[in-house]
Design a protein around this ligand. Structure first.
Ligand code: PLP
Length: 411
């Protein structure tokens, strides 16, 4: 029975069914407990929520519109495509919603130093942005390999006054940066707040980040009835909601308010890379197995011995070997569906949206678009698909230019 209470998760220990929880070393217990108490204290605090909403309005530019992609919908000839324009937020993606929430919490807790890890650099830029605005010290851990691949974002963080700490251990990418950030946190608990960028990590992060990102879905819940009325459609909710899934924060943010509306399909699109059976992808829900990563139990891409596997995606933001525990749970319940879009499909969708609607999407969001286009073609004009356009594509220009040669001609 899909009652609200059946989705009122997680439990007090942070479990969504058998996923989630808090698997940490003794040294982290105090820091995590302190955070948990602070979050419980402030999550419903009227002053805290007022400040959060005000910042989202004045600084981020919320609410972001829902745009009916008319020309594209007519070209595809099926369901109407509605785009939630998170690309229009300050800094160009949804990540800032969560960063503002956590930075406010850090200030309430008296912490003046923020640390974070970043892979593609987008989360690092969002954190550096808010630290600049709030006058907080900011240290961003980043694999040295990633620093090379994402040098414009490294420059942005420097411009914003952040320290970017190169991580040279392991594969010199995101998971090594995560380890370094946690080490820092353990050593500096009294002064330092660890700001996680997706619905990952130990309890309470998956819940807290979700709560900050559900502003996306709550706005849609309010915006769509009026939009449907304008379009002469007799409905209040979309038939399907589609979002890309890396860690899963933009997806859970737009899904969450629709979970109780059981007639709305929820579809998460993972990066299928070179194909789900190629071994070169980031499809943790579809190809992962239960395991513990980053302090929570979820579906993880791992080998037979539990070694975390290297992932691949054309979009750096989806390149993560785990997924938020709530997605693992929604998958197990069958309430949300998880599918893949390949690098090639995402690139095609990237070009198509740019050409037909004049919107250059982030490559991450292009995965959601690719699936939505396919889905729409098999549906009818009185149906609608809501796609979370999680970010804008300026950051992906170099990647796209390097890849866009027809197959066989690329270097
Ligand atoms: C980081 C990022 C993502 C992936 O993160 P989620 O936590 O899965 O949302 C998706 N889209 C954009 C534009 C991003 O920057």
């Amino acid at each position: 029975m899909n009652t609200r209470s059946s989705y009122a998760q997680p439990d007090a220990q942070g479990f969504f069914g058998r996923f989630g929880g808090c698997f940490i070393s003794e040294t982290l217990v105090q820091a995590v407990e302190q955070l948990n108490h602070a979050y419980i204290r402030y999550r419903d605090d009227p002053d805290f929520l007022r400040e959060f909403r005000q910042d989202l309005a004045d600084y981020v530019g919320r609410p972001s519109p829902v745009y009916y992609a008319r020309r594209l919908s007519e070209e595809i000839g099926g369901a109407r495509l509605l785009l939630k324009r998170e690309d229009l937020n300050h800094t160009g993606a949804h990540k800032i919603n969560n960063v503002i929430g956590q930075a406010l919490l850090a200030q309430r807790m008296g912490k003046r130093r923020i640390i974070a890890e970043t892979g593609a650099g987008q989360h690092g830029v969002a954190v550096a942005t808010i630290c600049a605005r709030a006058g907080l010290e900011c240290v961003i851990y980043m694999g040295s390999e990633d620093m090379q691949r994402q040098s414009p974002n490294v420059q942005r963080m420097h411009l914003l006054g952040a320290t970017v700490a190169p991580v040279t251990s392991g594969s010199r990418t995101l998971k090594d940066a995560m380890n370094e950030a946690i080490r820092d946190w353990v050593g500096n608990v009294d002064t330092t707040f660890y700001l996680i960028g997706s619905v990952a990590g130990m309890h309470p992060y998956p819940t807290m980040v979700r709560d900050f990102q559900t502003v996306i879905g709550r706005e849609c819940l309010e915006q769509l009835p009026e939009l449907f009325q304008r379009l002469g459609m007799d409905k209040r909710h979309p038939d399907a909601v589609v979002a890309c899934v890396g860690g899963g924060s933009n997806a859970i943010g737009i899904f969450h308010p629709y979970i109780d509306h059981s007639d709305v399909r929820l579809i998460g699109v993972e990066a299928a890379g070179l194909g789900l059976d190629s071994g070169k992808h980031s499809a943790s829900v579809q190809r992962g197995r239960p395991g513990v990563l980053h302090g929570n139990r979820s579906l993880i891409l791992q080998d037979r011995h539990g070694q975390v596997l290297d992932t691949h995606s054309i979009s750096a933001g989806l390149d993560y070997p785990g997924v938020g525990p709530e997605h693992a749970w929604l998958h197990e319940l069958g309430r949300a569906e998880y599918v893949g879009a390949t690098d090639r499909q995402a690139l095609d969708a990237f070009h198509r949206l740019s050409r037909v609607e004049g919107i250059i999407p982030a490559l991450e969001a292009s995965h959601a678009l690719a699936h939505a286009f396919e889905l729409a073609a098999g549906m009818s004009r009185d149906q609608a698909i809501l796609v979370n356009l999680s970010g804008r594509g300026d950051k992906d220009m170099d990647t796209v230019m390097a890849q866009s040669a027809p197959p066989g001609e690329s270097s």
